[in-house]
Design a protein around this ligand. Structure first.
Ligand SMILES: [Zn+2]
Ligand SMILES: [Zn+2]
Length: 236
């Protein structure tokens, strides 16, 4: 049987070309898919390790893994994917990045006693993208791994949005941005919480959220993201 995509060409998120060669739920044409795979193998310029192994400047309390390095100044299929995730919904949802993260989670052996928790998006980001992509990522990973999603965290509305702040202000601000959801937080007790986000920049939000989950009785917290910015000062 021929796949449906042969009859309905769709647009590749990487190069923007219309093609019938995108797999169901996929985002990239075969050429861009190869570029994505190559980008996953790229080496972190700071530590010389593969991006998925890199832990540069990350809080040592939390195991951490990501798929690609993200530099908005360097064009590439991964950059385009993450830019899309931040700003408007992906044409076929987050199936593709969620599947990639599910593979990474399983490769790390993080599935035992694990629950998935997303870092909640700022309301203006949710409006911009039309969805909370970190939540969608979690739901996609849940479909692939059978793990439960626990919406344990809430985002508090502050006067100033995170993206307009300096790095120092961002760090201080992050501590005030997240709260446990009193109705859901008990779901992480005694579990390994896998904290999911699309891009990790300074890691300060992940650390704050991780502390909340540990305080609520999570056995451990590991962080999983699609991308990681290379420089601390990068604003996205
Ligand atoms: Zn393409
Ligand atoms: Zn590194």
């Amino acid at each position: 049987m021929r796949p449906l995509s042969l009859f309905y060409p769709t647009r590749c998120v990487g190069c923007g070309e219309k093609t019938a060669e995108i797999a169901p739920g996929g985002l990239f044409c075969p050429v861009c898919l190869e570029k994505w795979r190559a980008q996953k193998k790229e080496i972190c310029p700071e530590c010389g390790k593969r991006q998925s192994e890199c832990r540069c400047r990350f809080d040592p309390r939390f195991p951490y893994a990501h798929l690609i390095g993200y530099d908005p100044a360097v064009p590439g299929v991964g950059t385009t994917l993450l830019f899309r995730m931040k700003n408007k919904p992906l044409p076929r949802g987050t199936v593709f990045p969620a599947n990639e993260l599910a593979k990474l989670l399983l490769a790390r052996g993080w599935e035992e006693d694990a629950v998935l928790v997303f870092v909640p998006r700022a309301p203006y980001r949710r409006r911009q993208a039309g969805v909370d992509q970190a939540k969608e990522l979690c739901e996609g990973i849940a479909r692939e791994t059978g793990l439960e999603v626990v919406p344990a965290l809430k985002r508090v509305k502050l006067g100033k949005e995170q993206k307009y702040l300096s790095l120092k202000e961002r760090r201080e601000n992050a501590a005030a941005l997240y709260r446990p959801d009193p109705k859901k937080i008990a779901g992480v007790e005694g579990k390994r919480a896998i904290l999911v986000d699309d891009i990790v920049t300074t890691g300060s939000s992940a650390a704050v959220c991780g502390e909340i989950l540990l305080a609520a009785g999570a056995k451990s917290v590991a962080v999983l993201s699609v991308g990681r910015t290379g420089k601390e000062t990068e604003k996205i």
